[in-house]
Design a protein. Structure first.
Length: 164
Protein backbone atom coordinates (compact mmCIF):
# COMPACT_ATOMS: atom_id res chain seq x y z
CA UNK A 1 0.00 0.00 0.00
CA UNK A 2 1.36 3.29 -1.07
CA UNK A 3 0.70 6.64 -2.60
CA UNK A 4 1.61 6.18 -6.25
CA UNK A 5 2.73 8.76 -8.76
CA UNK A 6 -0.19 10.01 -10.86
CA UNK A 7 0.65 10.03 -14.57
CA UNK A 8 0.26 13.52 -16.00
CA UNK A 9 -1.11 14.78 -19.29
CA UNK A 10 1.51 14.08 -21.95
CA UNK A 11 2.40 10.65 -20.61
CA UNK A 12 1.69 8.29 -23.53
CA UNK A 13 0.38 5.60 -21.18
CA UNK A 14 -2.72 7.71 -20.55
CA UNK A 15 -3.69 7.14 -24.21
CA UNK A 16 -3.46 3.34 -24.01
CA UNK A 17 -6.46 1.02 -23.74
CA UNK A 18 -6.39 -0.91 -20.47
CA UNK A 19 -6.84 -4.68 -20.26
CA UNK A 20 -9.77 -6.56 -18.78
CA UNK A 21 -9.23 -8.05 -15.35
CA UNK A 22 -9.38 -11.86 -15.50
CA UNK A 23 -11.06 -13.89 -12.73
CA UNK A 24 -7.74 -15.61 -11.93
CA UNK A 25 -6.35 -12.18 -10.99
CA UNK A 26 -8.91 -11.71 -8.23
CA UNK A 27 -6.38 -12.38 -5.46
CA UNK A 28 -3.96 -9.78 -6.84
CA UNK A 29 -6.43 -6.93 -6.79
CA UNK A 30 -6.35 -5.75 -3.20
CA UNK A 31 -2.88 -4.11 -3.32
CA UNK A 32 -3.93 -2.24 -6.48
CA UNK A 33 -7.19 -1.10 -4.86
CA UNK A 34 -5.32 -0.03 -1.73
CA UNK A 35 -2.86 1.99 -3.83
CA UNK A 36 -5.74 3.64 -5.71
CA UNK A 37 -7.34 4.54 -2.38
CA UNK A 38 -4.11 5.92 -0.88
CA UNK A 39 -3.31 7.90 -4.03
CA UNK A 40 -6.82 9.37 -4.21
CA UNK A 41 -6.78 10.40 -0.55
CA UNK A 42 -3.34 11.96 -0.91
CA UNK A 43 -4.56 13.94 -3.93
CA UNK A 44 -7.61 15.14 -1.96
CA UNK A 45 -5.38 16.39 0.80
CA UNK A 46 -3.24 18.36 -1.65
CA UNK A 47 -5.91 19.69 -4.02
CA UNK A 48 -9.17 19.49 -2.06
CA UNK A 49 -10.72 17.63 -5.03
CA UNK A 50 -10.89 14.14 -6.51
CA UNK A 51 -13.71 11.65 -6.15
CA UNK A 52 -12.42 8.79 -8.29
CA UNK A 53 -9.34 7.43 -9.97
CA UNK A 54 -8.75 4.94 -12.77
CA UNK A 55 -5.98 2.34 -12.51
CA UNK A 56 -4.13 3.53 -15.66
CA UNK A 57 -3.58 6.89 -13.93
CA UNK A 58 -1.11 5.13 -11.63
CA UNK A 59 0.33 3.14 -14.53
CA UNK A 60 -1.67 -0.05 -13.86
CA UNK A 61 -3.15 -0.77 -17.28
CA UNK A 62 -6.19 -2.68 -16.04
CA UNK A 63 -9.90 -1.90 -16.26
CA UNK A 64 -10.40 -0.84 -12.64
CA UNK A 65 -12.03 2.33 -11.31
CA UNK A 66 -11.93 3.32 -7.66
CA UNK A 67 -14.43 5.85 -6.38
CA UNK A 68 -14.71 7.17 -2.86
CA UNK A 69 -17.87 9.05 -1.93
CA UNK A 70 -19.39 8.38 1.49
CA UNK A 71 -17.88 4.93 1.07
CA UNK A 72 -15.58 3.18 -1.39
CA UNK A 73 -16.78 1.73 -4.69
CA UNK A 74 -14.70 -0.56 -6.88
CA UNK A 75 -15.69 -1.02 -10.52
CA UNK A 76 -13.97 -3.87 -12.30
CA UNK A 77 -14.38 -4.32 -16.06
CA UNK A 78 -17.12 -1.68 -16.16
CA UNK A 79 -19.30 -1.39 -19.22
CA UNK A 80 -21.63 1.48 -19.95
CA UNK A 81 -24.73 -0.41 -21.07
CA UNK A 82 -27.09 2.54 -21.48
CA UNK A 83 -26.70 6.28 -21.83
CA UNK A 84 -29.23 9.05 -22.22
CA UNK A 85 -29.58 10.92 -25.48
CA UNK A 86 -29.70 14.03 -23.38
CA UNK A 87 -26.29 15.62 -23.03
CA UNK A 88 -25.05 18.25 -20.62
CA UNK A 89 -22.16 20.67 -20.85
CA UNK A 90 -19.70 20.36 -17.98
CA UNK A 91 -16.34 21.82 -17.03
CA UNK A 92 -14.40 18.64 -16.43
CA UNK A 93 -11.23 18.26 -14.44
CA UNK A 94 -8.79 15.42 -13.95
CA UNK A 95 -6.13 14.31 -11.50
CA UNK A 96 -3.79 13.97 -14.49
CA UNK A 97 -4.08 17.74 -15.16
CA UNK A 98 -5.04 19.19 -11.79
CA UNK A 99 -4.98 22.88 -12.74
CA UNK A 100 -6.97 22.63 -15.96
CA UNK A 101 -10.68 22.65 -16.74
CA UNK A 102 -12.07 21.43 -20.07
CA UNK A 103 -15.59 22.07 -21.29
CA UNK A 104 -17.07 18.90 -22.73
CA UNK A 105 -20.40 17.16 -23.25
CA UNK A 106 -21.45 14.16 -21.17
CA UNK A 107 -24.58 12.01 -21.11
CA UNK A 108 -26.93 13.18 -18.37
CA UNK A 109 -27.60 9.64 -17.18
CA UNK A 110 -25.91 6.31 -17.78
CA UNK A 111 -26.16 2.74 -16.58
CA UNK A 112 -23.08 0.76 -15.83
CA UNK A 113 -22.56 -2.96 -15.47
CA UNK A 114 -19.50 -3.93 -13.47
CA UNK A 115 -17.93 -6.45 -11.13
CA UNK A 116 -17.05 -5.64 -7.53
CA UNK A 117 -13.77 -6.79 -5.96
CA UNK A 118 -15.33 -10.22 -5.31
CA UNK A 119 -16.36 -10.50 -8.95
CA UNK A 120 -20.06 -10.15 -8.23
CA UNK A 121 -21.91 -8.40 -11.03
CA UNK A 122 -23.90 -5.23 -10.43
CA UNK A 123 -25.78 -2.69 -12.48
CA UNK A 124 -25.95 0.90 -11.35
CA UNK A 125 -27.80 3.86 -12.83
CA UNK A 126 -26.10 7.20 -12.40
CA UNK A 127 -27.22 10.71 -13.11
CA UNK A 128 -25.84 14.22 -13.27
CA UNK A 129 -22.48 14.64 -11.52
CA UNK A 130 -22.02 10.91 -10.85
CA UNK A 131 -22.95 10.08 -14.43
CA UNK A 132 -20.33 12.57 -15.57
CA UNK A 133 -17.76 11.20 -13.12
CA UNK A 134 -18.25 7.63 -14.22
CA UNK A 135 -18.03 8.54 -17.91
CA UNK A 136 -14.79 10.39 -17.16
CA UNK A 137 -13.19 7.40 -15.41
CA UNK A 138 -14.51 4.98 -18.02
CA UNK A 139 -12.83 7.08 -20.70
CA UNK A 140 -9.49 6.60 -18.90
CA UNK A 141 -9.83 2.83 -19.38
CA UNK A 142 -10.09 3.44 -23.11
CA UNK A 143 -7.20 5.89 -23.25
CA UNK A 144 -9.47 8.89 -23.74
CA UNK A 145 -8.82 12.12 -21.83
CA UNK A 146 -11.21 15.02 -21.33
CA UNK A 147 -8.87 17.26 -23.37
CA UNK A 148 -9.68 15.10 -26.42
CA UNK A 149 -13.38 15.79 -25.93
CA UNK A 150 -13.13 19.58 -25.71
CA UNK A 151 -16.15 21.22 -27.36
CA UNK A 152 -14.10 23.89 -29.12
CA UNK A 153 -10.91 25.91 -28.92
CA UNK A 154 -12.27 28.03 -26.09
CA UNK A 155 -13.08 25.04 -23.89
CA UNK A 156 -9.92 25.22 -21.79
CA UNK A 157 -9.42 27.15 -18.58
CA UNK A 158 -6.92 27.27 -15.77
CA UNK A 159 -8.96 26.61 -12.62
CA UNK A 160 -7.77 29.67 -10.74
CA UNK A 161 -8.71 31.94 -13.68
CA UNK A 162 -12.39 31.12 -13.32
CA UNK A 163 -14.39 32.67 -10.54
CA UNK A 164 -17.00 29.92 -10.29
ZN1 LIG B 1 -9.20 11.86 -15.06
Amino acid sequence: MAVREILLLGNPKLYEVSKEVKSKEINNLSPIIKDLHDTLMDFRKKYNAGRAIAAPQIGVMKRIIYMYLDKPFVFINPLIVKKSDELMNVWDDCMSFPYLLVKIKRHKTCSIKYLDENFNEHILKLKDDLSELLQHEYDHLNGVLAVSRAIDGKSFAIKSARGD
